[in-house]
Design a binder for this molecule. Structure first.
Ligand code: PRT
Ligand code: ZN
Length: 225
């Protein structure tokens, strides 16, 4: 449990979601001194601390109550929930809001030279991915017996390197797939960044602060529409 009476929000330290997270906090009126490369940034105008971590750590920090809120891609959240459920660990969060950044899709892809393929093609194949749990759930749902090969980076080179027959990776523009001679297939998960809360949070002052910030967040989202 969080041992501070300041609201703790986990965001990605450096990566695709960092700037949007920092901008969002600013837009809802949370002033932060982010110049220093520190793990924790204290708000100068509200009882809020921002923890800057790797995105993969954010769901667990919120589920375990180390942080009260977190901003993370649904892809990372869903994968982490499945992993924790497998280990009989608590995997509950409240999704307070889907945010309007971090859009991407988790999609299947295979070497372009093979041309269009149906789902049957995946039978018995090896699929490289950073999201093995989401992939396994999809394969189960679709009754396909294929294996997931876990890779934390450079997934798109796996077929060429002979490590896998196909991949299941995040796509936004499709340029990476194209550059690696891969053809995009079915989307198995659509993802946005989302704001999550620890469901066990009970501190009335923190809950009141969240209640105060949520309409501002809604206002920022509406202003962009
Ligand atoms: O260091 P840390 O662990 O915090 O960061 P990370 O390297 O794991 O994540 P990062 O910063 O790359 O991405 C953070 C989050 O941004 C992801 O979890 C997604 O929710 C979201 N996001 C949105 C994306 C993309 N778009 C995206 N295009 N994450 C990754 N990509 C990669 C993809 O893996 C592929 O390599 O970009 C490439 C494809 O992009 P296109 O435009 O060529 O299709
Ligand atoms: Zn990561």
């Amino acid at each position: 449990m969080s041992n501070t009476n300041r609201l703790r929000i986990a965001i990605q330290k450096s990566g695709r979601l960092s700037k949007d997270c920092q901008d969002l906090l600013k837009q809802i009126g949370v002033k932060l001194n982010l110049r220093e490369q520190r793990l924790i940034a204290h708000s100068t105008n509200m009882p809020i601390d921002v923890l800057r971590v790797r995105d993969d750590d954010i769901p667990g920090l919120v589920m375990d109550g180390v942080c009260d809120l977190g901003i993370v891609g649904e892809n990372v959240l869903v994968e982490s929930q499945a992993e924790r459920q497998n280990q009989q660990q608590n995997a509950d969060v409240i999704t307070l809001s889907k945010l309007d950044f971090g859009f991407c899709r988790l999609a299947l892809a295979w070497p372009q030279e093979l041309g269009e393929q149906s789902k049957d093609w995946f039978e018995g194949k090896r699929i490289a991915t950073t999201y093995p749990e989401i992939l396994k759930q999809y394969l189960k749902r679709e009754n396909i017996s294929a294996s997931a090969v876990m890779l934390t980076g450079s997934v798109e080179v796996a077929p060429r390197a002979g490590l896998a027959d196909a991949i299941c990776d995040l796509v936004s523009t499709g340029a990476t797939l194209e550059a690696n001679g891969l053809m995009q297939g079915e989307t198995i998960l659509e993802s946005n960044a989302c704001l999550i809360q620890n469901p066990a949070l009970q501190d009335p002052e923190k809950l009141a602060l969240i209640e105060k910030l949520m309409p501002r967040l809604k206002g920022v989202k509406q202003a962009k529409e």
